[in-house]
Design a protein around this ligand. Structure first.
Ligand code: SF4
Ligand code: SF4
Length: 417
């Protein structure tokens, strides 16, 4: 039995498959700018062998990892390096999350509070004295711009204006809206409902959706992340059992967290529903590719778009779905940005100790965007949006919003009725 346990733990996240080629280190955005970071090979498989023998070999330097998983994309042997690092932080870190970490991580709690007084919160967070207090007392960097809160939650809008109308459809998807759509930018959720309805699909919301938990994992609150994950899995199972064809999201990070991090980091069994959890662009592209859905676009729509591949989109291998969907729009002047991390990594780039490093990591991407000068950048990750808009001044849109703007709704409805 003891031997069995030993074999299991040595095999964790494919660590024994490491060839020591160091390719992962070449692709690590933190190693490129931070000489004190040991890098993925050392922080992952190398140190894991020691950590398995004794927890004292754990180093808090692992908190510099962005969890971008670019090392995993690069690794020729399928070693789950990012998972090894995050699992080690969960298992061995002795750091206790402070008030700042809890505030940044509890997006549902903070969003619910902020929505009630959104204009006041938005105004205050832009004031220099408020930023100075956050910088000094909370250790949230004063240069960071906060995303604006919406006065009305997406769920409230949906229940008032959209829920009843969904009854007229015969096919359905469930929408995992996530915190950003619910508390900050409900328009993205409205755009998704508009597209799905035009394609002949009704939209359901999940019963009692909670934040996917990605920020909780990153901030040392994995117990709470697990509880929220279990809640979400229960809600997702219920919707799939009720014959919704998929659970779609508009956030690459929420999707990745629920499909992969739940199982690998939080020990949540999700294999029965994992394939049903998908990004809305992937779901739509597949329907179009299979000839099940047709889209019609406005002839007067024109936009120069540069697409940024978010790290978790790269990890899932799903960039192609969003980019091919955008290329279907006749009025789009499309270009692909070089695939690089933007540096923010969720709440990471908000922290005073990480801010400068986050900006250094994103520097190459920001330079390229300024050179290309698009009308907008398209990306599937909301925190990439915050980082790129703050650092370049160029507006950033989710591909779903671009699609919704370009869509000829009436014509699309006719094509799919
Ligand atoms: S890329 Fe993979 S095989 Fe190569 S050193 Fe890194 S973890 Fe090991
Ligand atoms: S997950 Fe990203 S930041 Fe962390 S070690 Fe891998 S490449 Fe580096």
């Amino acid at each position: 039995m003891a031997e069995e346990t030993q074999i299991k733990s040595i095999s964790r996240h494919n660590l024994e498959q490491c060839l020591k080629c160091s390719i992962c280190t070449v692709y690590c955005p933190v190693s490129a700018v931070e000489p004190t970071y040991p890098g993925p090979k050392q922080s992952g498989p190398d140190q894991e062998r020691y950590r398995l023998k004794d927890a004292k070999f754990f180093s808090e330097s692992l908190k510099m990892c962005l969890n971008c998983k670019r090392c995993e994309v690069a690794c020729p042997e399928g070693v789950r390096i990012g998972d090894l690092i995050q699992a080690a932080r969960i298992d061995y870190s002795t750091h206790t999350p402070g008030l700042r970490d809890r505030m940044l991580a509890n997006t549902d709690f903070m969003g619910t509070l902020a929505n009630k007084v959104a204009p006041l919160v938005n105004f205050s967070l832009g004031l220099k004295p408020a930023k100075a207090v956050l910088h000094t007392v909370m250790k949230i960097d004063k240069h960071r711009t906060f995303p604006a809160y919406s006065a009305q939650k997406f769920e409230t809008w949906f229940n008032k204006h959209a829920r009843e109308k969904q009854r007229e459809y015969k096919r359905f998807v469930s929408f995992f809206h996530g915190c950003y759509v619910n508390y900050n930018y409900p328009q993205l959720g409205k755009d998704l409902v508009k597209i799905m309805n035009a394609c002949g699909y009704g939209v359901h919301l999940l019963e009692k959706e909670k934040c996917c938990g990605v920020a909780l994992i990153a901030n040392g609150l994995s117990g709470q992340a697990r509880r929220q994950g279990l809640n979400n899995m229960k809600a997702i199972r219920k919707s799939i059992t009720a014959n919704d064809e998929a659970v779609v999201t508009t956030s690459s990070t929420c999707t990745f967290t629920m499909r992969d991090e739940y199982k690998e980091l939080l020990n949540i069994e999700n294999s029965d529903v994992r394939s049903h959890i998908t990004l809305a662009t992937r779901f739509l592209y597949r329907l179009i590719d299979e000839g099940k859905v047709k889209l019609a676009f406005r002839p007067d729509y024109h936009l120069k778009v540069a697409y940024h591949s978010a790290c978790h989109m790269e990890r899932m291998g799903w960039v192609v779905y969003s980019t091919e969907l955008l290329k279907l729009i006749p009025g789009i002047d499309f270009m692909m940005l070089e695939s690089q991390c933007c540096g923010i990594a969720g709440t990471y780039g908000f922290k005073r100790e990480n801010y400068e490093r986050a900006q250094q990591i994103g520097e190459g991407l920001f330079r390229q965007i300024k050179e290309v000068a698009p009308d907008c950048v398209a990306t599937d990750c909301e925190t990439c949006k915050w980082q790129i808009e703050m650092s370049t001044g160029v507006p950033v849109m989710n591909p779903i919003s671009i699609l919704a703007d370009a869509l000829d709704v009436e014509q699309t409805r006719k094509l799919n009725s």
